[in-house]
Design a protein around this ligand. Structure first.
Ligand code: SF4
Length: 476
């Protein structure tokens, strides 16, 4: 059996049930008289905590009864029958993340300026978000109920920040005592119940690298295939991370780590047929080396952690280049965002938007982080040649967070404003993920509309998939 060393640091006071946020017209839910704002408290006598519970408890059921708290204070008992697989026509509130009880040395919250928007200080640690979106948890604050829930509702895979299997090292990195840092029993419980684990190691020079890293990877690999993969990502320190126990990652450190891990990858591939331990893209870029081939990444098990994103982008772009033959001007369609798990799509609205560059000639500037800019620029030059377009790539320095931060996803409104005079052409494209998914606001709190007002040309938000889809539409 496993034990639990700690209760969650923050318990949110919430009323029981899950709140309906939208009803599809002419749906079963509308027929039943359910309305936005109503709370479904029980399904077939079982309590509902969130929309995952609702889905789990209704799955496969054709005869159901709901206990509903109406907005006007009434309590309804709703009995219904539905066809197998018939949709209720209900949209629910988002899951409110649970908070961690750690004090990690490298926590991103410590790297935020004090003025950063409040949501950047949310220290989420939630097994539901791990399942839905691939968010990592440390399992150090997990409750017995949550452990049971993972198994009962098959919330697999789970993404776990292991960092080190040596207990002292893990406790040091998490900033907690060893009893709390010890998740060996919890991992064993999950693995024994056939829950798949993807592990993460945030690599901190001088702490969990070298021999520690090898031990961690070997310990994890001993549980392959239930531990499906391990991602090794470098610690990223902003100018606000001043903890002297942390050392910044250097190109030399990256080259050394690649050399060390390559040996283990070779061994894992020989034994398991897959690479198993993947280094984050940033490690290759910082080392000044090419990212590995498509085969290295298999089915990209850790792409949500930025592992293999560049290879995936390069391959998709290569396909685009191969397909690009015509130069006829057409509108550009932005594809909807894609999330990790299909259930993650349920409460979110995806948007499809069509833009028509004013000149119809694709003459604009793509803004991105300093790290990705040279890679993107090389590809854009190729497409310019084929399409006769005039797109340019602008590397935007991250002055807001500073330090080692050069990834596109952490650019802020003020970073974009600082380069606005360098925009060429009729429009600008910024990375979509720099805008909050549920609110048009940038990481430094600047409303997206304000940024649009400050620019002389229209701004569009896209991720690399959107960009490739847009260029493809342009070409065909
Ligand atoms: S678990 Fe995550 S959120 Fe919590 S302290 Fe560590 S890095 Fe920060």
């Amino acid at each position: 059996m496993y034990e639990f060393a700690v209760t969650p640091a923050v318990t949110q006071l919430r009323r029981a049930g899950v709140i309906i946020t939208e009803i599809t017209p002419e749906s079963l839910a509308e027929e039943l008289g359910l309305e936005s704002g109503d709370r479904i408290v029980k399904v077939n006598g079982r309590s509902v905590r969130d929309y995952l519970d609702f889905r789990f408890q209704t799955a496969g059921e054709t005869e159901l009864d709901f206990l509903v708290k109406k907005q006007n204070g009434e309590t309804w008992e709703v009995e219904l029958e539905r066809e197998e697989g018939e949709d209720f026509g209900l949209m629910f509130e988002q899951i409110v993340p649970r908070q961690c009880a750690n004090e990690c040395l490298f926590c991103f919250c410590k790297g935020n300026p004090e003025t950063a928007r409040p949501s950047l200080f949310v220290r989420d640690e939630d097994i539901r978000l791990s399942f839905l979106y691939g968010n990592y948890t440390t399992l150090s604050s997990i409750t017995p109920d949550e452990m049971k829930r993972i198994v009962e509702q098959r919330l697999s895979p789970q993404y776990v920040s292991v960092h080190a299997t040596d207990l002292k090292t893990r406790a040091f990195l998490l900033g907690v005592d060893e009893s709390r840092a010890d998740i060996s029993d919890k991992l064993e419980f999950l693995l024994n119940n056939d829950i798949e684990i993807h592990a993460q190691i945030v690599l901190c020079p001088g702490i969990n690298d070298g021999a520690q890293l090898e031990k961690t990877l070997r310990d994890l690999a001993a549980h392959f295939p239930k531990v499906v993969s391990a991602a090794i990502v470098p610690v990223a320190l902003t100018r606000y991370n001043t903890d002297e126990r942390l050392t910044r990652v250097t190109p030399e450190f990256c080259r050394r780590t690649i050399k060390q891990v390559e040996k283990l990858q070779k061994e894992f591939r020989k034994n398991f047929g897959v690479t198993f331990a993947f280094l984050g893209d940033e490690i290759y870029l910082k080392a000044g080396m090419e990212v590995p081939s498509r085969r290295h990444y298999g089915n990209y098990p850790q792409i949500e952690d930025g592992v293999g994103m560049i290879r995936s982008f390069l391959n998709s772009f290569e396909n685009l280049l191969k397909k690009t033959e015509t130069r006829s001007p057409v509108s550009v369609q932005i594809a909807p965002n894609v999330r990790t798990h299909e259930l993650a799509l349920t409460p979110r609205k995806s948007t499809i938007e069509t833009i028509n560059p004013p000149s119809q000639s694709l003459n604009g500037t793509i803004l991105t982080g300093e790290m990705f800019a040279p890679i993107l620029r090389a590809q854009i030059e190729k497409i310019n040649f084929l399409l006769g377009s005039n797109l340019s790539v602008l590397a935007v320095p991250n002055t807001y967070f500073g330090g080692d931060v050069s990834v596109a996803g952490l650019l802020t409104g003020q970073d974009y404003l600082a380069v606005k005079n360098k925009i060429k052409g009729d429009f600008a494209i910024i990375p979509k993920h720099t805008i909050k998914s549920d609110e048009p606001i940038l990481l430094d709190g600047m409303p997206f509309d304000q940024l649009k007002d400050e620019f002389d040309v229209p701004i569009y938000e896209m991720d690399t998939q959107d960009l490739i889809a847009a260029l493809e539409r342009r070409a065909f």
